[in-house]
Design a binder for this molecule. Structure first.
Ligand SMILES: [Zn+2]
Ligand SMILES: [Zn+2]
Length: 319
């Protein structure tokens, strides 16, 4: 099942909602069967009500697309440089510590790191938002780039120095160390270039994708409320402070307190519910009551309820 990266919730495509009337679109996705409006291929996540079509397009894009269409090729330039260096310099210096396998090893490891960083782009995007909302260490990609460049330059100077002094006489151990140093230097430059491109990618995601659920506390609260009201009543409740009462609503609620948990971005919620029940009174007549109950709720930053504890429920009050 696809995952909505706005709320990390799984959904079935047929469950996704019309962007105009929020009714499930079913199998047809171009025109909503309920409001008859064209969807322009936009569909909402049934859980967080944000566009999932944007995520589907994003996740369908390949590494090749990133390399060729989104400047990912910049991350491969150090490997290209290593090939040029091998063809133009190392081949003419046979009595050196460098072996052709060093270039190959460096390129393979660099490509592995390049792919890993690309795969982690959504994690970096999420982390950049998380650092703004709760107590999590920011990723600081510019610092990573700086450290990688300094590390790469330092290793390059060491390699040049070692090769100058022992290039003609170096034994197997020194050649092995040279190979590892060479690969490490190439990896450093690859990390610096790839992170530079990914910083631009994260900027693009910030512009074009819905924000993660935990960023807006109102949005997070709504997803948590939808989940718990369904647990309590099996349906959607009615906010007694914001909406007018209707006679057939079986559950009314009032939010008493909402607090962000600074350690992990989740929320703690104190909710008062009024549940409609029918029961006989002293004269054996069926009468309607509203049962008042207080709930302590704890949910994580993706709106997943971690605990739902009922407080004391009060004597039914007739209305
Ligand atoms: Zn519709
Ligand atoms: Zn969602």
């Amino acid at each position: 099942m696809p995952i909505c990266h706005t709320c990390q919730g799984e959904y079935m495509r047929a469950e996704s909602l019309c962007p105009h009337c929020q009714h499930p679109l079913g199998r047809g996705t171009t025109v909503c069967q309920h409001c008859k409006q064209p969807t322009d291929e936009h569909r909402l996540c049934p859980r967080c009500k944000r566009d999932v079509s944007a995520w589907e397009k994003e996740l369908a894009s390949t590494l090749g697309h990133f390399i060729l269409r989104r400047w990912g090729v910049v991350g491969l330039l150090p490997s290209l440089g290593a090939i040029i260096l091998w063809l133009t310099y190392w081949q003419k210096h046979q009595l050196s510590l460098h072996r052709p396998a060093d270039t190959l090893l460096g390129i393979i490891l660099s490509f592995f790191i390049f792919t890993m960083l690309y795969e982690d782009r959504l994690l970096m995007w999420e982390r950049s938002w998380a650092a703004e909302v709760y107590n999590v260490a920011p990723t600081r990609p510019s610092r990573t780039i700086g450290v990688a460049i300094v590390g790469g330059l330092f290793l390059s100077f060491v390699l040049i120095y070692v090769n100058r002094h022992w290039g003609e006489t170096g034994g197997f151990e020194l050649k092995l160390l040279f190979a590892l140093g060479y690969a490490a230097a190439l990896i450093c430059f690859t990390v610096a270039c790839t992170m530079g491109v990914l910083m631009a990618e994260i900027g693009r995601l910030n512009q074009s994708m819905p924000q993660p659920l935990f960023v807006q506390i109102e949005h997070l609260l709504q997803v948590v409320l939808d989940t718990i009201l369904e647990k309590i009543e099996g349906g959607h409740g009615e906010d007694i402070l914001q909406r007018t009462h209707t006679a057939d609503a079986n559950l009314r609620y009032e939010i008493l307190e909402v607090n962000r948990i600074p350690e992990d971005g989740g929320i703690r919620l104190l909710l008062l519910t009024y549940k409609h029940i029918q029961r006989p009174d002293e004269d054996a007549q069926m009468r309607a009551y509203w049962v008042k109950e207080v709930w302590n709720i704890d949910a994580d930053r993706w709106g997943r309820v971690r605990s739902l504890k009922p407080g004391k429920s009060e004597a039914a009050e007739s209305r």
